[in-house]
Every structure is written in structure tokens, then in C-alpha cells.
Design a protein around this ligand. Structure first.
Ligand SMILES: C[S@@+](CC[C@H](N)C(=O)[O-])C[C@H]1O[C@@H](n2cnc3c(N)ncnc32)[C@H](O)[C@@H]1O
Length: 236
């Protein structure tokens, strides 16, 4: 996407404003903007706050949109073994549009194994190829952090498909095994999809340690309880 695409994003919505900044940076394909946005907003509906850790984060757009969607996250760390040179251009374009992002992003060139994770983090990874997704999940579970992955490039030779391939296709079997394993590891999981016309690798897996998700659910359900007890509803 470049400034030639600006006309497609003329509205005063957050998405269009981000898209315009991405156009100015001139280094990302359109698909990456759309899939990242779709992932980030779904993750933010479940997981608020916390330091954002974007593993295999490439340009780090996901981490930056996560911060824009929830300013209660203090900072974000983007880890990638090969950080793209143009990542700095994207960051500068976003900081120009949102100066409050300045100084809140750290980019580390290195293996995702080296990142130090905390239980309060939100670990995200968009299209971590093959078993990289499994390593992201392992790292998050070891830290008891909330996690969201959008898997891709399933390696059916080495990946665990749980002997489910007689019923469902191999990549789906692998993702079911991932979700099931997370549950067995004491996580509450949410399974969602982002629109398939944006990416065919569109299964989003979110997980939070059960105690953490109990706190989240109670925060979400409080207004519902209040509504249920409102005088109007009691009268009806
Ligand atoms: C398909 S790209 C996805 C990039 C980005 N998340 C996105 O959605 O555009 C996978 C990324 O994982 C990175 N990567 C591969 N192995 C890694 C490792 N062991 N540790 C950290 N990053 C790794 C690659 O350099 C690449 O940028």
C-alpha cells in the first residue's frame, strides 16, 4: 500500500486513519493491514491492558494496533528473528499520526524463545508459520499469559493432528489439537474466524488462564447483572 491507495481510506474511522498511516509508510501489502486489524480488534474485545508481546511480529503492526485500541496497555515488544528494515518506516508513520505511541514500542531482533514473558502480558502472533505457533503457545502457557494466535503454514508431517484427519482436514485437525491442549493446560479458550476473503488462514485461537478469564468474565457480566435487576425489567 502506498499513497496512491489513500483515496480508498477517506473516512474518519480508526481503521481508515491507520490505513492512511500504512499507506504513507509504503511498505505493507494490503492483506497484512486487513488481517492484522481483524485480529487485533477481536483480541481486544477479550483481552484488555497488559504489555503486548508480538512474537514473529515482522513490521509490528499488530502490536501497534493493539496499543491504539487499548491505551491501558503501557507498551509493546515486537520480537522477530529477522526484523524487516521497513518496520521503522511504519512505526514512524504511526507515531506521526499518534504521537502517544512514541517510546512505547520496542523491537528486538532475535528468537521468540529469548523474550522474557510475564503473566500479565498479552502474547499475540499473527501467522507464525508451522510449529512457530506451537512455540508461541508454549511460551505463553509457561508464563501463564493471555495468548492469541492466527496459525498458518501447518506442517502436517511434524504437527500433531490428533488422529483427526479422517474427519476433518489436516490444518483444522492441528488447530483443534492446539485448542484442546490449551484447555488441558488450564486455559479457557475462544475459537473465532476472521473473514476468509481477507485470509484463508483465518482461524483465531485465544486463550487465558482460567483464573484470569474468570476475572474477565465477571467484569463483563457485571453490567448484564445490573441490567437484569433494573426497575424496568422487574416491572415487565
Ligand atoms: C509469516 S511471517 C508473519 C509476520 C507478521 N506477524 C505478520 O503477520 O505479517 C512469520 C515471521 O516469523 C519470524 N520468525 C520465524 N522464526 C522465528 C523465531 N524463531 N523467532 C522469532 N521470529 C521468527 C519470521 O522472520 C517472520 O517475520
Amino acid at each position: 500500500m502506498t499513497d496512491k491507495d489513500l483515496g480508498r481510506f477517506a473516512e474518519d474511522t480508526l481503521f481508515h486513519r491507520i490505513a492512511r498511516a500504512v499507506c504513507h509508510a509504503g511498505c505493507l501489502p494490503r492483506k497484512e493491514l486487513f488481517e492484522t486489524w481483524e485480529m487485533a480488534r477481536r483480541v481486544r474485545r477479550r483481552f484488555r491492558g497488559g504489555r503486548v508481546i508480538d512474537l514473529g511480529g515482522g513490521h509490528g503492526l499488530l502490536a501497534q494496533i493493539m496499543l491504539l485500541l487499548d491505551d491501558s496497555s503501557p507498551s509493546a515488544l515486537v520480537v522477530d528473528q529477522t526484523l524487516p528494515a521497513s518496520g521503522a518506516r511504519l512505526y514512524e508513520a504511526l507515531v506521526r499520526a499518534w504521537p502517544r505511541l512514541a517510546g512505547r514500542l520496542t523491537f528486538v531482533a532475535g528468537s521468540l524463545e529469548t523474550a522474557e514473558l510475564l503473566g500479565t502480558d498479552v502474547v499475540v502472533s499473527c501467522h507464525a508459520c508451522g510449529d512457530l505457533t506451537d512455540r508461541v503457545l508454549q511460551r505463553a502457557v509457561a508464563a501463564q499469559a493471555r495468548v492469541a494466535v492466527l496459525p498458518c503454514c501447518h506442517d502436517l508431517e511434524s504437527g500433531d493432528t490428533g488422529r483427526l484427519r479422517g474427519w476433518v482436514d489436516g490444518p483444522l485437525a492441528a488447530d483443534i489439537v492446539r485448542a484442546t491442549r490449551l484447555t488441558q493446560q488450564g486455559y479457557r479458550v475462544w475459537t473465532q474466524t476472521i473473514p476468509a476473503d481477507i485470509t484463508a488462514k483465518n482461524r483465531l485461537l485465544l486463550g487465558a488462564p482460567v483464573l484470569e478469564s474468570a476475572r474477565t468474565v465477571s467484569r463483563v457480566s457485571a453490567p448484564r447483572r445490573a441490567r437484569a435487576q433494573s426497575p424496568g425489567r422487574r416491572r415487565s
